[in-house]
Ligand binder design. Structure first.
Ligand code: NAP
Length: 327
């Protein structure tokens, strides 16, 4: 495992971080039931493999991901840097409508009192007295950044949170947030097939903010062709993916055919090639990956053994171009 500082903070995190969205299960990750015993085992696996950085959110499974993590973290809390989020809630206390999930209406609310309540609820569900890193899950369209950040700074002073990140944002949002306090990183979608957020790299460098990537495996669609022949429940996040539809499905199969020889050459998985490509894009990148099984976690940790040369990086990019160019 490799480690990096969370921006200018003294928090040291593993470069592969453990995404716990799937632990929310429900209708969204519907193919696997999640209980405390399973999460305890996953946490022990993560610890053994050197992964110390966990990312969850209140809305993952409408509290379920945080609740099972909280129960499983009993006796293990000090082994991990725990990150959760704020600004999306299902308390029906106003804010802007975001979506309906698992029968609950989720609203976006960045007001000071909402953000504080998010943190207090998360501390309760996670069974801890502090959150190491708090991510503002979405950018507000109505509440001034100054109000949200002032409350986050107060929560920091009170010792309830240690660092702030923002997510689903643009470089201009980071510039604005940084006016009101230090933001240690951004959590953004970035993958071989969706790399528009590389426009963020310079702004992250300017503030020494970590660029934490989610979706590098496109919810499993970049982890190998097997997923393309699976059936998912109607609300499962993967059933709605464009990669299950033509012409994307065939284009993805063609890309895997093109990558096969390189995989054999490196003796690695498709996921390793794709994530090794991802790590080559930016130095201070943190590879947030969703896990529910030991063997996928173990496989992802092998990414640091793969040394891609420049020609291979270009070849992988070129193979992805055919999919990116589909209109
Ligand atoms: N800020 C946001 O708005 C936002 C949005 C989306 C996600 N996130 C965060 O980012 C995390 C990661 O994103 P994601 O979960 O959407 O997708 P992802 O990391 O792109 O993909 C996760 C899927 O890939 C599989 N996988 C992982 N490593 C693998 C490997 N080496 N070989 C084969 N399959 C592998 C996992 O399998 P198993 O589950 O079977 O282990 C899981 O099904 C989330 O858990 C969440 O914490 C944040």
């Amino acid at each position: 495992m490799k480690y990096q500082k969370l921006g200018n903070t003294d928090i040291e995190v593993s470069q592969v971080s453990f995404g716990a969205w799937g632990l929310g299960a429900g209708n969204v990750w519907s193919d696997m039931a999640v209980d405390v015993h399973m999460v305890e085992n996953l946490l022990d696996d993560a610890y053994e493999l050197g992964i110390n950085y966990i990312d969850t959110a209140p809305v993952y499974g409408i509290g379920h991901s945080e609740t099972v993590l909280g129960q499983a973290l009993k006796g293990r809390r000090d082994r991990f840097i725990l990150q959760t989020k704020c600004s999306l809630n299902w308390r029906n206390e106003g804010g802007e409508f975001e979506y309906v999930r698992d029968g609950y209406t989720v609203n976006r609310d960045h007001r000071a009192e909402a953000v504080r309540k998010d943190v207090e609820d998360s501390l309760e569900r996670l069974g801890t007295d502090h959150i190491d890193a708090l991510v503002v899950h979405r950018i507000s369209r109505t509440v001034p950044v100054q109000e949200t950040m002032a409350e986050l700074n107060r929560l920091k002073e009170e010792g309830k949170i240690r660092a702030v990140l923002i997510s689903n944002s643009q470089p201009a949002d980071l510039d604005e947030y940084e006016q009101y306090g230090y933001v240690a990183g951004v959590q953004e979608k970035f993958s071989l097939l969706d790399d528009a957020n590389r426009a963020y790299f310079d702004t992250c460098s300017k503030y020494n903010a970590v660029f934490q990537v989610y979706g590098s495996l496109e919810e499993g669609f970049l982890a190998g062709p097997g997923i393309l022949d699976r059936q998912f429940g109607p609300d499962d996040v993967r059933a709605k993916a464009k990669y299950m539809q033509e012409p994307y499905r065939k284009a993805l199969k063609d890309m895997y055919a093109g990558l096969e020889e390189m995989c054999q050459g490196h003796g690695c998985s498709f996921a390793n090639l794709v994530q090794a490509w991802t790590l080559r894009q930016y130095d201070a990148l943190n590879l947030l990956t969703g896990f529910r099984r030991r063997h996928t976690m173990e496989d992802t940790c092998r990414v640091f053994d793969i040394r891609l040369n420049d020609e291979e990086v270009s070849r992988i990019s070129a193979l992805a171009e055919a999919i990116k160019n589909i209109k």
